[in-house]
Design a protein around this ligand. Structure first.
Ligand code: PLP
Length: 380
């Protein structure tokens, strides 16, 4: 059975070039980058060359790129260190953030007594930016705003420049979880004035276990993991040299081919929207999922017009991997935390959510196979 992979927002397959780059490092560069001898310094060079390339692409200083084990760690580091080191009293965020942000914020509320305000979101998943502005204007509490760039479930995009400017004007710090957009959208942090951002290599055909936090130098954040002086004292622990080499190669390929890959993927997404609309009457597109420019081109979130908690399994049995965006408990489909915040009770009870996410390797034939499989399962 041929495997059709349409769950690229969860993770992406490694590219051959990335594997090759990592194998070279695995074979030749086992040195500890903190060692002063040649083997160590060769490993260190890999870290620093990669850091320099990433920083160049993002228009920041290499010292502002701190390697982490994943996006979750980058977001934890940023949020927890910001609260401790910048004496943050209030966090403004939404209920649509990734679990690693939501749980970190909850933890800070309980352990550090930080006030947490969740911005209003409408049924399309739009964040109330005017409310943010009002909140920032009406209080001089030390505030950290944490809003994701693209939602991993529905793909909604935030206007980063607009929010960054509002935060700057009002003296608030701004963290954006950019895990879904890093290396997928052009980001220039010399113009887009976020203070903190995050990255995970496995979202753009790099390895799992490698990512980074962008931490603006002026904020002087300190470590959450203590030990050696690695990563300029901001993240102790011997760096994952092989993983970082893979991160660097994947980042380079993704950014060098950004226009080519994104236009191909957008075409695939447009095709999927068209074919699904034709073949499945009553299908709904969640959030801003089906709107160009308001949604990340890699993600399409739909609600199928009947309840079927087993649909992910049925597709899997046909060799098609998607994300159901729901957990099956006691036989009833439980919508994801994001969809349960934006969809009406009625929609949640009468539909089945599905997240379809694409890569530059996705073909129209694969979309046809998905649409036909869905029509068969739904007996259309
Ligand atoms: N933030 C977002 C928006 C994500 O989609 C993910 C992964 O699903 C993460 C953070 C966590 O990244 P990682 O899997 O590298 O921990």
């Amino acid at each position: 059975m041929t495997q059709i992979y349409l769950d690229n927002a969860a993770t992406t397959p490694l590219l051959d070039e990335v594997i090759d780059a990592m194998v070279v490092v695995m074979k030749n560069n086992f040195g500890n980058p903190s060692s002063t001898h040649t083997l160590g310094q060769e490993a260190k060079t890999i870290l620093e060359e990669t850091r320099r390339k990433i920083a160049h692409e993002l228009h920041v200083s290499p010292a502002e790129i701190i390697y982490t084990s994943c996006g979750t760690e980058a977001n934890n580091l940023i949020l927890k260190s910001a609260v401790e080191d910048l004496k943050i009293e209030r966090i403004i965020t939404t209920e649509l953030e990734h679990k690693c942000v939501a749980e970190s914020v909850e933890n800070l509320k309980n352990s550090k007594n930080v006030e947490v305000i969740y911005l209003n979101v409408n049924e399309k998943g739009d964040v109330d930016i005017e409310q943010l502005q009002q909140l920032l204007k009406s209080s001089d509490k030390k505030t950290l705003v944490s809003l994701m760039h693209a939602n991993n479930e529905i793909g909604n995009l935030l206007d980063l420049d607009k929010v960054a400017n509002i935060c700057k004007e009002n003296g608030a710090y701004f963290h954006s979880d950019t895990v879904q957009t890093m290396a997928h959208l052009p980001l220039d942090f010399s113009k887009t004035l976020v203070d903190f951002a995050s990255c995970s290599a496995h979202k753009f055909h790099g390895p799992k276990g490698a990512g980074f936090a962008f931490i603006r130098k002026s904020t002087h954040l300190k470590a959450q993991i203590h030990g050696g002086t690695q990563e300029r004292n901001v993240r102790a622990g011997t760096e994952n040299v092989v993983g970082i080499a893979g991160l660097g190669k994947a980042f380079e390929i993704a950014t060098d081919n950004l226009e080519k890959f994104s236009s191909h993927i957008q075409e695939i997404k447009d095709y999927a929207i068209q074919r699904l609309s034709e073949k499945i009457p009553g299908i709904l597109f969640n959030g801003r999922s089906a709107e160009r420019d308001k949604s990340l081109y890699t993600v399409l979130s739909v609600s199928l017009p009947s309840q079927n908690p087993l649909i992910g399994l049925q597709l899997d049995m046909k060799g098609i991997a998607v994300s159901q965006g729901s957990a099956c408990s006691s036989g009833a489909a439980k919508p994801s935390s994001v969809l349960s915040k934006i969809l009406s009770e009625e929609t949640q009870q009468n539909t089945t959510p599905l997240r379809i996410s694409f890569s530059h390797k996705t073909t129209k034939e694969e979309i046809d196979a998905l649409v036909n499989a869905l029509a068969e399962i739904l007996r259309l």
